[in-house]
Ligand binder design. Structure first.
Ligand code: SF4
Ligand code: SF4
Length: 111
């Protein structure tokens, strides 16, 4: 699989809640305390505070959870799930969009 090039895509960032992990330097980010620990702060639109019209404004410095996510791998994982699990996930419009983006990128790689 090629290196992921998000190229300004914001699909998985919109509406997401990003939790900081052990290796993240919390002092680098605007955060809020959530029920399960520190999260990236959100703007008035409910999206990550670092999300801009052009994509992530801290791309190279984004927390581990962001860096680890790859919609192509998520789509591959989705395909390995049973029908019930697939139906339950894909009925969420946000998740459906992410899976669709992953499929699109996988198709492009096969061409
Ligand atoms: S949906 Fe995929 S291409 Fe778009 S930002 Fe997320 S990981 Fe990158
Ligand atoms: S830090 Fe960047 S990659 Fe992570 S959710 Fe915010 S905008 Fe998206």
């Amino acid at each position: 699989m090629k290196e992921l090039n998000c190229n300004g895509c914001r699909t998985c960032c919109i509406g997401d809640t990003i939790h900081l992990r052990g290796g993240d330097d919390a002092s680098k980010y605007q955060t809020v305390e959530g029920l399960t620990g520190l999260q990236l702060a959100k703007g008035l639109d409910g999206n990550c505070i670092y999300l801009t019209k052009e994509g992530c404004s801290i791309h190279d410095d984004a927390p581990q959870e962001c860096k680890a996510f790859d919609c192509r791998k998520y789509e591959q994982m989705f395909q390995s799930w049973d029908v019930q699990k697939r139906m339950s996930r894909s009925s969420n419009p946000r998740i459906a969009k992410i899976l669709s983006r992953g499929r699109e990128l996988l198709r492009e790689e096969q061409q």
